[in-house]
Design a protein around this ligand. Structure first.
Ligand code: CU
Length: 492
């Protein structure tokens, strides 16, 4: 990679799409993202359902930072992750029943270094089966934690996770057939970070919890007793709530001490799409997508993530005056995360930026014919892929290990217009070749494992599976996944 400094980079900034954001309280499917044409915006008025607004953070509590998972000493495995029941005080004086990994809610951050291989003991202490899916990690199908990887209550298993891929912000969550949405809703999710090798000497902020901050965005609904009563509250088209939680904290605020901060954003919601902005309208810098660093950093004023997508961004706080306040807001102007800026005397030097030596896609890759067609269709519990619902006993597609193919994913609209489906493939980090024939926006020129597909849109993906096994491909609206909007590919 050719390194350049942020200063010179700013001169050639690129504004990413999403300009004409539609009205407040829009149907979620009205948000057209990822470089779409204006004509598609017109479909917005006839989409399904309304998305309830989130409540603004009042900045009442310090943002929780998930602890880093400690390495085990004197065991025959390196790490242990236990799915368990717990209680969380979201609201003062009220105990809410939740699920967590190694704790009451969410999970510790599992860090693996690029190239490292670790043994992880996974234990299910819930009263129901679960699985441990390593979202974005290119592992063998056998240990990917899809619906075939069910762990019964009380059971354990040791899996070897190898980080044979670039540094990236990944995550882990359950993937049990029919109950994924409920288990995630109750709190099962954690960050899985592949760290750059120390020798790579990147100047990006890397001090976890200080200038390198994980942010898990979720929206939740509580019943009258302040419980996460999933069966009562759930929605077949994706459960949406008005309560915004980040890393499990309601009304969070974050004290910022370093001039340049790196944030790892994960849309961990069951269904909600988030568009992030800064409250003062300033630009920030997106440096990574789902699977690692972008081909080059992108200066932008807004960034959209569908459920399960991630991005890493840098925010420069050094230019703020003392009187100025700053928050991370969403597209409706709701404050998600207010910042308390109290900079220490660290030098305000910008990290080195880079630009890739090679084009994102070669001419050959762009010209490659489509060999797999995927059609996403439907809503509520009538969702299908290629006209079918998930059947654990049926293999839908086959692809040879290490052989690159082009998948074309079409989100077929219905009479009501249709809705966004975030499409995720297990066991691979792919590249987006095009959206409706147009090259992807610069902030999608990086490795991806999930892609937002707008109604009526055709997205071409360049897909290679480095490992063998059976892998899922599905909509990451968790209720759609549970309702069968999922297929299986056998990699041989
Ligand atoms: Cu869907």
């Amino acid at each position: 990679m050719r390194k350049i400094t942020l200063g010179s980079f700013v001169l050639s900034f690129i504004l990413v799409g999403c300009s004409n954001m539609s009205s407040q309280n829009t149907p979620m499917n009205n948000e057209h993202m990822g470089g779409n044409t204006d004509s598609q915006q017109d479909m917005g008025g006839m989409m399904h359902g309304n998305v309830p607004l989130l409540e603004s953070s009042k900045g009442l509590k310090a943002l929780a930072i998930p602890p880093i998972l400690e390495k085990q000493q004197g065991q025959d495995y390196d790490y242990e992750v236990i799915a368990q029941k717990g209680n969380t005080e979201f609201f003062d004086g009220v105990s809410t029943d939740t699920y967590g990994y190694n704790g009451d809610l969410l999970g510790p951050t599992l860090k693996i270094e690029e190239g490292e291989s670790v043994d992880v003991k996974i234990t299910n202490n819930l009263d129901e089966p679960t699985t441990f899916h390593w979202h974005g990690l290119e592992v063998r199908g056998e240990i990917d934690g899809g619906p075939h990887g069910g762990i019964q209550p009380g059971d354990s298993q040791i899996v070897t996770l190898e980080a044979d891929q670039p540094a990236a912000t990944l995550w882990y969550h359950p993937h049990i057939d029919g109950s994924t949405a409920e288990q995630v809703f109750k709190g099962l999710s954690g960050m899985l970070l592949i760290d750059e090798k120390p020798s790579s000497a990147s100047q990006l902020p890397t001090e976890y919890g200080v200038d390198d901050i994980p942010l898990i965005f979720q929206d939740r609904l509580f019943d009258d007793n302040k419980q996460l009563n999933y069966n009562k509250l759930m929605n077949d088209d994706g459960t949406l709530g008005t309560v915004s939680i980040i890393n499990g904290t309601i009304h969070p605020k974050l004290t910022v001490t370093k001039p340049v901060m790196r944030f790892r954003l994960l849309n961990g919601a069951n269904a909600r799409n988030y568009t992030f902005r800064l409250s003062n309208g300033d630009r920030f810098t997106q440096i990574a997508s789902d699977g690692g660093l972008l081909d080059e950093p992108v200066e932008t004023k807004s960034l959209t993530l569908a459920a399960s997508e991630r991005a890493e961004i840098l925010i420069d706080f050094s230019k703020l005056t003392d009187e100025e306040s700053l928050s991370l807001i969403n597209d409706e102007g709701i404050e998600l995360l207010p910042f308390d800026v109290a900079l220490d005397d660290s030098p305000a030097s910008s990290p080195e930026m880079w630009t890739a030596d090679e084009p994102f896609l070669t001419a050959q890759e762009k010209a490659r014919p489509v060999s797999k067609d995927i059609e996403l269709f439907g809503m509520m519990d009538m969702v299908t892929i290629n006209g079918k619902k998930f059947d654990p006993n049926r293999i839908d597609l086959r692809q040879e290990q290490g052989v690159t193919e082009v998948w074309e994913v079409y989100n077929k609209p219905d009479m009501m217009g249709g809705m966004i489906h975030p499409f995720h493939i297990h066991g691979t980090q792919f590249k987006i070749i095009s959206r409706d024939g147009k090259e992807p926006e610069p902030n999608e020129q990086g490795l991806k494992d999930s892609v937002l597909v707008n109604p009526g849109e055709k997205v071409k993906l360049l897909v290679t599976f480095p490992e063998e096994g059976i892998f899922m491909f599905h909509c990451h609206i968790l209720e759609h996944e549970d309702n069968g909007m999922m297929g299986q590919i056998e990699v041989f």
